[in-house]
Write a protein that binds this ligand. Structure first.
Ligand code: ADP
Length: 329
């Protein structure tokens, strides 16, 4: 069976975008611990201004939420990136395979570097090399599939390029992975700014639904969502009506319906927003209940992460050792 790998950064509280774009696919994968690996990629949280204690707290919170969302330690390997040294060992070899030019072309690098510069923070070198570490995360496990949201497409393409290049130069070492995206809601947009993705690292949270938002907060955020002007009713048009299309995408992802077909059932934005709010509240309810139970027992979460790291190390070490040998070390 094709092995899958994916990760989430502890840079903020997990959002509805993270869940619909990525985490839900992970839960649905239903595999064994050897062929499904999910990682809280804490090293990636250090690429921008960070608070040490917050990263640690958010890492545990992310792991707790992933378990609450339905990842079961009997059916996948859940671990924290920095607990497994193989990631950084392999990243260096891949840095010797990647070029400066191809990393500077990454869209996320350009956006985040501009933001750091505007804030007067200086651009950390790791922000540039982050996609190489991400490639190492994936290639260390011989993963064939990477279930991610749309925004990670370019980084997975780079991972493929690096794997192919390494294999051509030094002999077959890595599986060449491909990204998989959900059919609906692969890119959930900010409710206040439908031109930007709903991202947990964004500071202004009023257009972002967090997985632990209480029902009243979810409702308020959805009811205040920016919609588009126009008098031709509710239509699904991502270009001309991005705000409404985003709400229809969220509703479709929550209820299993087709967003364009759902539009026909509404004559006004108010009813649509009420249904979106109800659907999101219902989607989050079981996850929040389970999160409350798990948060009361952090030892259980830590145990799952410790065991996960042990298993991940065993899977990654032979691959990374082989890469060291192939490259001439
Ligand atoms: P963020 O950008 O919120 O900090 P990460 O980079 O940690 O999130 O991404 C974790 C996963 O969530 C990735 O697979 C990413 O593609 C997915 N993801 C993040 N934001 C969204 C979104 N708005 N819509 C769909 N998927 C998303």
């Amino acid at each position: 069976m094709t092995r899958i790998f994916s990760g989430i950064k502890p840079t903020g509280h997990m959002t509805l975008g993270n869940y619909l774009g990525a985490v839900r696919q992970w839960v649905a994968a239903d595999r064994t611990p050897d062929d499904a690996l999910f990682c809280v990629v804490d090293l990636h949280a250090l690429t921008v201004e960070h608070e040490p204690a917050r990263v640690r707290r958010l890492s545990r919170q992310a792991a707790t939420l992933l378990l609450a969302a339905g990842l079961e330690p009997q059916r996948c390997t859940l671990f924290v990136q920095s607990h497994v040294d193989e990631h950084t060992r392999l990243a260096y070899l891949l840095e010797c395979t990647a070029t400066d030019g191809e990393l500077r072309r990454m869209i996320q690098y350009k956006e985040k570097a501009a933001k750091a510069q505007a804030a007067g923070d200086g651009v950390r070198l790791s922000l540039l090399t982050y996609p190489v570490l991400m490639a190492a995360d994936i290639l260390a496990y011989g993963a064939g599939e990477v279930p991610v949201g749309e925004d990670q497409r370019q980084h997975v393409e780079l991972t493929r390029d690096l794997a192919v290049r390494f294999n051509q130069r030094y002999g077959h070492t890595f599986t060449v992975p491909k990204a998989t995206h959900p059919a609906v809601a692969a890119r959930v947009m900010d409710l206040q700014d439908p031109a930007s993705k709903m991202g947990k690292s964004h500071e202004n949270g009023s257009g972002i639904v967090y997985l632990l938002d209480e029902p009243g907060v979810v409702r308020k955020k959805v009811m205040r969502a920016v919609t588009d002007s126009g008098d031709d009713g509710v239509v699904y048009d991502r270009e001309a009506r991005p705000g409404v299309a985003n709400l229809l995408d969220i509703l479709g992802a929550c209820t299993g319906g087709d967003p364009a077909a759902l539009a026909d059932g509404y004559s006004g934005y108010g009813a649509l927003k009420r249904d979106v709010a109800d659907a999101v509240v219902e989607l989050l309810r079981p996850l929040q209940e389970r999160h409350a139970e798990l948060a009361a027992d952090p030892a259980q979460v830590d145990k799952a992460l410790r065991e996960g790291a042990g298993r991940a190390r065993e899977l990654a070490r032979p691959v990374v050792d082989r890469a060291y040998e192939a490259i001439g070390l």
